[in-house]
Design a protein around this ligand. Structure first.
Ligand SMILES: Cc1ncc(COP(=O)(O)O)c(C=O)c1O
Length: 468
């Protein structure tokens, strides 16, 4: 309860009553922390008590479509809107179905990290990125006129557009691009006293760039700034960057985390507390950043997730670990096939031992709760890869147009194989020069391998490459 404001006995009665439910949730959380990843993925924080006492025994989390929550009286309304009691108020602020998704993601991202994590689910991956970076880019009263942030240039095209157009061109905030994110010296040379955060995507879409996550987090912290990472392509089943020092992790839930292909969504997750020198009167800003975002800027900006989409995500996430295992193995088989194809001059996949970032990724990307027989987790690298077709760009287009099973779509992370040519789709807007800096030639086909039998995916690629 806020110390600055005194509340009536009526409001305090609701605060007292809420203590029982808070204690029940804390007990459920403590119980969940002793469970394995798969169990968490299946149940999250939706417990037997939640089902039997509040949801008519429904074993699956209920879908709450109501826009708003009713209160008994003015005192309860005041306690709720003052965030003094657990409440959801209004679906733009919170929603019970979304709440289960947020806790599920916090538990998965925090699994075996030893860190406390908070989560804010948003309407899309892009809105998670915007909500994550904006609070660091506010002008401080006595701060410098010009502020900057440092980001890998090897990011999803939408992130590139957001940073270069919305932040740089429209708001005059400098984004300092890093062309070789694996080179820690390049990052070092771009940071100064006005840098607000470091941002990278790993593995990146589509180039598969990667970096030493721990070294980057240490570098950021040495400058008193947070390290933000978009780990969409890894998902918490393969990598949990907070264990290595990251402050904020972003996911497009639209992608591999769900894979179902029925819902758009995003999430930002933060460790408690984050490292930052940005001053903010609200203690949650530093102590529980994702909660701060959720209860303040997100409430005011309106990027709320639809409860429908939260429900789809909850259902898809239940099998995340086994799904990422299967999809990664399929992708490995397909990448090995493409690597030996005479019409393909380069394959970018972190799982290939010949790929220049393979060793670095191997340090970080492992299948959670697996065992290679020696007590270590096995490496898995996700299901996004790209390959470059010999000859002029028309050759890549011809191969692409010949797919009969693999869908041509600007999408990734699907249970069905999908491919695109980023230079004419996802990364078109950023222009030729920025594509050259980001290493996205028009010969590059991005392929996200699905759960079909790899023999059938290879057969489709084979007949398409034979058209050359
Ligand atoms: C790595 C990555 N991050 C973020 C996004 C944006 O996600 P969404 O489409 O859910 O807004 C994408 C979209 O492709 C992506 O690939």
């Amino acid at each position: 309860m806020s110390s600055q404001q005194s509340y009536s006995p009526g409001v305090q009665k609701y605060v007292e009553q809420a203590k029982a439910i808070i204690a029940e949730r804390e007990a459920a959380l403590a119980r969940a922390k002793g469970m394995k990843f798969d169990t968490l993925a299946v149940h999250g924080l939706y417990t037997m008590e939640e089902a039997l006492e509040r949801n008519q025994g429904a074993i699956i989390e209920p879908l709450y479509l109501s826009t708003s929550q009713a209160y008994h009286d003015a005192d309860e309304l005041e306690a709720a809107l003052g965030y003094l009691i657990p409440t959801w108020c209004y679906t733009r602020i919170a929603n019970p179905t979304t709440y289960y998704l947020e806790w599920l993601l916090a538990l998965l991202e925090g699994y075996k990290t030893g860190a406390e994590i908070s989560c804010c689910v948003t309407a899309s991956g892009m809105s998670a990125i915007v909500q994550a970076v904006d609070p660091f880019l506010v002008k401080q009263k006595e701060g410098p006129e010009r502020i900057n942030f440092v980001s890998s240039i090897q990011v999803y095209g939408g992130s590139f557009q957001h940073f270069s157009v919305r932040k740089m061109r429209e708001r005059g905030i400098e984004c300092r691009w890093i062309c070789h994110p694996e080179d820690i010296q390049e990052w070092k040379s771009r940071i100064d006293g006005d840098t607000r955060f470091l941002f990278m995507e790993a593995p990146s879409n589509p180039q598969q760039s990667f970096a030493d996550i721990k070294a980057l987090a240490d570098l950021a912290h040495a400058h008193g700034i947070p390290f933000l990472i978009d780990a969409t392509c890894a998902t918490p089943a393969l990598m949990r960057p907070i264990a290595h020092g990251a402050d904020i992790v972003i996911h497009s839930l639209t992608k591999s985390a769900t894979a179902g292909g029925t819902a758009i969504g995003g999430a930002l997750l933060s460790r408690k507390p984050i490292v930052t020198q940005v001053r903010n009167d609200n203690p949650l800003f530093k102590d529980s950043f994702a909660e701060y975002v959720k209860f303040y800027p997100y409430r005011d900006n309106g990027p709320a997730a639809s409860p429908f989409n939260a429900m789809f995500a909850l259902n898809d996430l239940r099998t995340l670990r086994s799904k990422m295992d299967l999809l990664s193995r399929n992708c490995q088989t397909v990448a090995e096939y493409l690597q030996s194809h005479p019409k393909v001059y380069q394959v970018d996949y972190l799982g290939l031992p010949s790929f220049h970032l393979h060793k670095m990724a191997a340090k970080y990307m492992t299948l959670v709760d697996s065992d290679d027989g020696t007590g270590k987790e096995v490496n898995r690298y996700g299901h996004l890869m790209s390959f470059r077709v010999d000859g002029p760009p028309q050759n890549a287009r011809k191969v692409f147009d010949s797919f009969k099973l693999i869908f041509r779509a600007t999408d990734l992370g699907r249970i069905k194989s999908v491919a695109t040519i980023p230079a004419i789709s996802t990364h078109f807007q950023q222009g030729e020069e920025a594509r050259r800096m980001a290493d996205i030639p028009p010969q590059l086909i991005r392929l996200c391998v699905g759960a079909e039998h790899p023999d059938d995916i290879i057969a489709d690629l084979d007949q398409a490459l034979h058209t050359l």
